[in-house]
Design a protein around this ligand. Structure first.
Ligand code: A3P
Length: 322
């Protein structure tokens, strides 16, 4: 039997098993061998009970803020880099390991009815995320928000304009979504981030391999958040049932539902949520409605298969193309 010093041994090991160089973190307490070497000082429960996975621009910040009004629901500590979002499962942060992730969550209380969660909106359409999430959080509940992908794409474009993305500043939305493969790299990146998350069924199928999802109509969250929040509370099984009709107020100036403070004053999300921008050009809307037709049909079949209600915007989109 031969052996080597630790670093050489690790190098040898990964030469033989290169596929294991990319870790797949699991809960240390789910395997006795791992639990035995996991520090006694640590807990395995400093992990979220549910995830809001996005996609971006569907109302995820509004949902996040409404959830945190609930007395039994707690979000992660905010990340100094990505604002409130941790973005653990989707990118380089994953290689920081489980301790890094757990540090974003409060120590678990003894109350089993307490719910911690995190919202990272680009989890939805990053293919590796469902597998990674399921390895560490096999019992987590998952919430996805869907709005008309045409509007989602336009909202993303406006978001990038507000962030001074040169591709968004120098090109109309129509140019962005219709650009061909010979366009600049910057333009194609913007096009991809505008269009790809909206192919909902493809992304949802990756999640459905590992989880049952609660799929929320983001348009309904916008128009009737109290109704949507009741459905989410039932899905989570969280108690007490919090009365969102009392907790929220519609702000005419903002044009959105906001938190109702003492005395009835509204506390709304900041300027970057619910931006004012011109209507989408009708020819661009028509182009995108056609672009998403097959994807929306896939979504229709998927929702029917799951026995889930169809969002109004999906019915309307499919009617306008049939
Ligand atoms: P726009 O700014 O394009 O209108 P996200 O938080 O996922 O980035 O989504 C932002 C979108 O949430 C906003 O896009 C807005 O339309 C929508 N939204 C839904 N409910 C909202 C609310 N109560 N307050 C602000 N924005 C809300």
């Amino acid at each position: 039997l031969q052996t080597l010093p630790p670093v050489d041994l690790a190098e040898k090991y990964f030469q033989i098993f290169p596929e294991e160089m990319d870790p797949l973190w699991q809960n240390p307490c789910h395997d006795k061998r791992h639990k035995d070497i996991w520090s006694k000082e640590k807990t395995c429960d400093r992990l979220p009970k549910f995830l809001v996975i996005g996609p971006q621009k569907t109302g995820t910040s509004a949902l996040h803020s409404f959830l945190t009004l609930h007395p039994a629901i707690t979000s992660n500590f905010p990340s100094p880099v990505t604002f409130e979002e941790i973005q653990f499962f989707n990118g380089p942060n994953y290689h920081n390991g489980i301790d890094w992730y757990m540090d974003f969550f409060p120590f678990p209380s003894n109350v089993s009815t307490d719910f911690t969660f995190e919202k990272s909106a680009n989890y939805f359409d990053t293919e590796v995320v469902p597998k990674r999430a399921a390895a560490l959080l096999p019992r987590a509940k998952i919430i996805a928000l869907l709005i008309n992908p045409v509007d989602r794409a336009y909202s993303w474009y406006q978001h990038q304009r507000a962030h001074q993305d040169p591709a968004a500043i120098n090109h109309t939305f129509h140019e962005v979504v219709t650009a061909g493969l010979s366009a600049s790299k910057e333009l194609l990146t913007l096009q991809s981030h505008s269009l790809k998350p909206g192919t909902y069924a493809t992304h949802l199928e990756h999640w459905l391999v590992h989880y049952q999802l609660h799929i929320v109509d983001g348009a309904l969250l916008r128009s009737n958040p109290a109704l949507v929040m009741d459905g989410i509370q039932r899905f989570l099984g969280v108690t007490p049932i919090f009365n969102y009709t009392q907790a929220l107020v519609f702000d005419e100036g903002k044009g959105f539902w906001c938190q109702r403070l003492e005395g009835g004053r509204p506390k709304c999300l900041g300027k970057s949520k619910g931006r004012k921008y011109p209507e989408m050009a009708p020819e661009t809307r028509a182009f995108l409605t056609e672009y998403y037709r097959e994807h929306n049909l896939e979504l229709l079949r998927l929702l029917n298969r799951l026995g889930q209600a169809l969002p109004t915007w999906l019915r309307e989109e499919l009617q306008s193309t049939s």
